[in-house]
Design a protein around this ligand. Structure first.
Ligand SMILES: *[C@@H]1O[C@H](CO)[C@@H](O)[C@H](O)[C@H]1NC(C)=O
Length: 241
């Protein structure tokens, strides 16, 4: 009796400590259905990544290798990634804890069936702090939905699109030292796409998360608890095609 009660408490605690991940994607408002382990390289667990050298910083999966299908979309389409905390079918669940204030960035890379680490990524979209609101607050208001558009000029082909929440609630100190428990928390999620269109532009920013994100980047080491004028997300400005 005691053991099963303890197990139930552990199970609850586990659920309560889970964090946001992407469960499905829409193309021009049309839901593409459950993507977990189908077209999304889903994490075994969705705990945040805090170590910038960890390959899981890219897709939150150790060895984020390919899954069975890809979402079909066209250059210029409007895409929506749908985030949820634990279970999108549970009416008592929510997209993200509102203490987790921060940025939401979207990136693209040529398709690779293997772990998509290395200098292959270009930024497609970014939302930081605008009009007095963090991107994560907008994500919560929109029930986990984050929208962005594919550039019309994007060349057809297979791609990976990675969206990440960068939570800054502990970023008043730089990351990199587990003893201090400070630094940005990353929640990345990667989905597979097959893009059509007659554009000819290939994303070319060659960004490498494990090398180009730095603990002292102003977008990652940022105190949101004191007044500030401006927040600039880490990485280059978005590629427009
Ligand atoms: C992506 O693929 C295109 C077309 O094959 C190629 O021209 C380009 O160099 C590739 N980009 C990267 C970063 O490898």
């Amino acid at each position: 009796m005691l053991i099963s009660f303890a197990a139930a408490v552990v199970a609850l605690a586990h659920h309560a400590s889970a964090h946001a991940t992407v469960f499905h994607v829409s193309v021009n408002g049309k839901d593409q259905g459950d993507g977990v382990d189908k077209y999304i390289r889903s994490p075994g667990n969705n705990e945040p990544i805090t170590d910038l050298a960890d390959p899981a910083l890219v897709c939150n999966v150790k060895g984020g290798t390919e899954v069975g299908s890809s979402v079909k979309a066209a250059a210029g389409d409007k895409l929506t990634f749908h985030w949820w905390h634990y279970n999108p079918d549970d009416p008592n669940d929510f997209p993200l804890d509102d203490s987790h204030k921060g940025a939401v960035l979207t990136w693209i890379a040529n398709y690779t069936s293997s772990d998509p680490t290395g200098p292959i990524w270009s930024k497609l979209a970014e939302e930081g702090f605008e009009g007095g609101k963090w991107a994560t607050m907008k994500l919560i208001e929109k029930k986990g939905a984050v929208e962005f558009s594919l550039p019309k000029a994007l060349a057809k082909g297979k791609y990976l699109i990675r969206q990440e929440i960068i939570a800054l609630h502990k970023a008043d100190g730089p990351g990199g030292d587990p003893a201090t428990d400070r630094g940005a928390e990353f929640y990345p999620s990667c989905a597979q796409f097959e893009i059509s269109g007659d554009g000819g532009k290939v994303p070319d920013q060659d960004f490498d998360f494990n090398k180009d994100y730095k603990y002292d980047d102003k977008g990652l080491f940022f105190n949101l608890y004191i007044p500030f004028d401006k927040y600039t997300p880490p990485g280059p400005r978005p590629w427009k095609g």
